[in-house]
Design a protein around this ligand. Sequence first.
Ligand SMILES: NC(=O)c1ccc[n+]([C@@H]2O[C@H](COP(=O)([O-])OP(=O)(O)OC[C@H]3O[C@@H](n4cnc5c(N)ncnc54)[C@H](O)[C@@H]3O)[C@@H](O)[C@H]2O)c1
Length: 268
Amino acid sequence: MTLAIDLTGKVILVCGVARGGIGGSTARQIAKAGGTVIALDKDMAAITPTIADVEALGGTIHAVVADLYDAAACETVIPGILEKFGDFDGVVNVAGGTREGEWMPLDETTTDSFRASMALNFDYVFFICRDAAKAWIARDRGGALVNVSSMSSIASAPWHGPYGAGKSAINALTRTMANEWHEFGIRANAVLPGAVATERVMSRAVAANIADGETNFTQPDELGNMIVFLLSDLANGVSGQSITVDRSLTTKFAGGARASRRQATDAV
Ligand SMILES: NC(=O)c1ccc[n+]([C@@H]2O[C@H](COP(=O)([O-])OP(=O)(O)OC[C@H]3O[C@@H](n4cnc5c(N)ncnc54)[C@H](O)[C@@H]3O)[C@@H](O)[C@H]2O)c1
């Protein structure tokens, strides 16, 4: 007898599906669990490698191109999916991050930079979740929402303050989604990655000479696994939660921290 994550028959929209990122992993794990993926990104170049990966696994995947910085474009996403692909069962909002030039002290952050960070790290998540819930409520059917937040939402986010604030807002709004939409069979959870070894982050980490052992990077599939669990019926009792997946990274800021015993043993 086995207990497996089974998404057979479920259609899941994943926003932000770059092959080397959390979204690419999520798309592949959904396919492995038997689900169909609707892969959204800002251009086909970001989607095509993930289509190849999912098809190589024998899965089904459809592409949607939309710029999530653009509120008007966001509002076409769910109506477009209903028209083209019919009903869907879940949404994973992975797209987010900071762009080159957005790392700066708060006192130097321009209004435009602040607004752009919030657009990609908060606003679109509201638009997509609102429209998905509206569609499910109208059809009298439930669904699962998973919003990717960050450990930067918990304490502070030095030099990426608007990003951290946006991710905190995701956590707060996700709890309200769970509360308001529970009676319609809709669950909503946030997943908080720590430092994840995605292509984007590793290109920056390598540039900054950060060794893997020092930061203890979480792997993209470790996020993908939590996300497919939250999408599945195994998680029917879980809603309104902010779940950190960081190989304990956030615990390292506890008082009374001690040197690693592992490093001491390695040194002998
Ligand atoms: N990697 C980490 O260490 C880490 C840590 C904490 C939180 N996160 C969060 O996890 C998520 C994924 O991060 P990742 O490292 O996998 O990054 P990534 O760059 O690989 O993935 C982000 C995806 O969003 C897409 N995207 C960006 N702008 C878009 C737009 N305007 N419209 C549509 N799509 C757009 C990108 O093309 C890409 O597919 C982000 O929300 C990020 O904030 C990552």
